[in-house]
Structure formats: structure tokens, C-alpha cells
Write a protein that binds this ligand. Structure first.
Ligand code: SF4
Length: 149
């Protein structure tokens, strides 16, 4: 059976920064007949739950991968290394399960695809991907923002 990587919070796992999950009723249809591989890059990297909200400052996840941008929390603490570690672990999990596609949580600094928060902690968005989404895309895994995410 084909497998698809899924942001764990979208399956109701309470792993978001605020200690909540966000189960989306549209997810079952998006997953279809595939086996969901539930994964949270930030928890996998050892970050606590709940945790301070974090955003990418100076670019998007691709810029973080290329060393041009950093991930910081709302106290100014730099968490870039943890986000890079979590992205690497997400890629490992996807490869291990043979996933060619990932359905990830919109706007997250790890999982966002197409748009992420802009680093000002004001709710504004910029075009781009989260760190894990960017790494998965770079390794040939198609990342889609999950419906209802
Ligand atoms: Fe974890 Fe991604 Fe959900 Fe954030 S968006 S809680 S990193 S699975």
C-alpha cells in the first residue's frame, strides 16, 4: 500500500506549539486509500510541547537550508538547529516509508507549503515553504498543504 507523510497535528496529535492538535475532517479524503505516516518534525527534534511559537526570519525554509535565514521563537531565541534536525528526520521517515507525497500543515515554519508566517509574529504571511517542507521538496517528495490545515 502506498504511504503518505502527514503532519501529526492534522491527525489530532496534540503536538502544536500551543499543545493542541488540529484534526481536519477533510484529511481522510485527501489521504484516500494510502497509509498515513504521522510525523511532527519539531517534536522529533526534541522540542517541548507546548513551546514558544517560532517563525522564520529573513526568508523561508529554503533560505534556512541555505544558511540565509534563521528560525527564532517569539522571545528571540534561535531554534534553527532544531528545525533543521526535525526536517532531516521528516525526510528520513518519508524515505523509510516510501512516501512520494506529504500532506502538511499550512503556514507552519516547519510544515508550511506555499506560504509561511513572515517572521514578525504579527500574523502576516510571505510566500515560501517551511523548513521540513523545503527539504522534502528538494528530495523529490511532493508537498501539499493539507486541506483544512
Ligand atoms: Fe508538528 Fe508540523 Fe504540526 Fe508543527 S505543523 S505541530 S511541526 S506536525
Amino acid at each position: 500500500m502506498e504511504s503518505v507523510l502527514v503532519s501529526a497535528c492534522l491527525q489530532g496529535v496534540p503536538c502544536r506549539f500551543d499543545g493542541r492538535g488540529k484534526a481536519s475532517p477533510e484529511m481522510a479524503a485527501a489521504i484516500g486509500e494510502r497509509r498515513p505516516v504521522s510525523f511532527c518534525p519539531e517534536v522529533a527534534a526534541g522540542l517541548p510541547t507546548p513551546r514558544r511559537p517560532a517563525e522564520i526570519v529573513g526568508g523561508d525554509g529554503h533560505d534556512v537550508l541555505d544558511g540565509r535565514a534563521r528560525v527564532v521563537d517569539d522571545t528571540g531565541h534561535d531554534v534553527t538547529e532544531a528545525f533543521l534536525d526535525g526536517a532531516g528526520r521528516a525526510l528520513e521517515a518519508a524515505r523509510r516509508a516510501g512516501c512520494t507525497e506529504a500532506l502538511l500543515m499550512a503556514r507552519s515554519p516547519s510544515c508550511g507549503r506555499g506560504a509561511v508566517y513572515d517572521g514578525t509574529f504579527t500574523g502576516e504571511l510571505r510566500e515560501g515553504d517551511g523548513v521540513a517542507a523545503a527539504l522534502l521538496e528538494r528530495h523529490g517528495i511532493t508537498v501539499r498543504p493539507a486541506p483544512g490545515g
